[in-house]
Design a protein around this ligand. Structure first.
Ligand SMILES: Nc1ncnc2c1ncn2[C@@H]1O[C@H](COP(=O)(O)OP(=O)(O)OP(=O)(O)O)[C@@H](O)[C@H]1O
Ligand SMILES: [Mg+2]
Length: 170
């Protein structure tokens, strides 16, 4: 029998800073796993949730918790599709809302060496169902049925090493 490990964590946050604190906790766990794995891997986080759910807000909290991330200004890569941050581990932040197809994904180098090491954060990851890796962490942010200003964050690990990351966080 093969035992399949799964991990899921659910948080309810009352404000944007509260969501950013959850993101910071995930960032610290991911930085630890990244540094302990040789060669250093590409770890992927996909953010799922409607317009205005808090995906970019989550990324802001995530970056602020990484080494060299304190001074980084995080904005949505709505038109550029990807921003890179000089943190350790390096982070590539995609927003695929406006992605116009798989070819465009190749053009921005999603599969290329430039993004092979570090952490890849992807807003609107459901736009690229065929390009989602075997192991990734899904962050689903729900507005409803929460009261105004509150969110439910569901963190789900798919495969290894994503499961190890969530276990390290819990
Ligand atoms: N609990 C909360 N968690 C996250 N954001 C919150 C919360 N409460 C209120 N907000 C506000 O909701 C807004 C979320 O905007 P944000 O740009 O992060 O969403 P998004 O999911 O990235 O949207 P888009 O789909 O346009 O990229 C921000 O103005 C933020 O301050
Ligand atoms: Mg956004």
């Amino acid at each position: 029998m093969v035992a399949v490990r799964t991990a899921e964590l659910v948080f309810q946050t009352a404000s944007a800073p509260d969501t950013q604190r959850v993101a910071a906790k995930l960032a610290r766990a991911m930085a630890r796993i990244w540094a302990e794995t040789k060669p250093t891997p590409r770890l992927v986080v996909g953010l799922v949730g409607e317009l205005g759910a808090g995906k970019t807000t989550f990324v802001q909290g995530f970056i602020s918790a990484l080494r060299n991330g304190g001074q980084v200004r995080v904005t949505s890569p709505t038109f550029a599709l990807v921003h890179q941050y000089p943190t350790s581990p390096p982070v590539h932040h995609f927003d695929l809302y406006r992605l116009s197809g798989a070819d465009a994904l190749d053009e921005i180098g999603f599969h290329g060496d430039a993004f092979a090491d570090g952490i890849t954060l992807v807003e609107w990851i459901r736009q690229i169902p065929d390009a989602i890796p075997d192991s990734w962490i899904e962050i689903e942010i729900c507005l409803a049925p929460m009261p105004t200003g509150a969110r439910q964050l569901r963190l789900r690990a798919h495969g290894e090493p994503a499961t190890a990351v969530l276990e390290c966080m819990g």
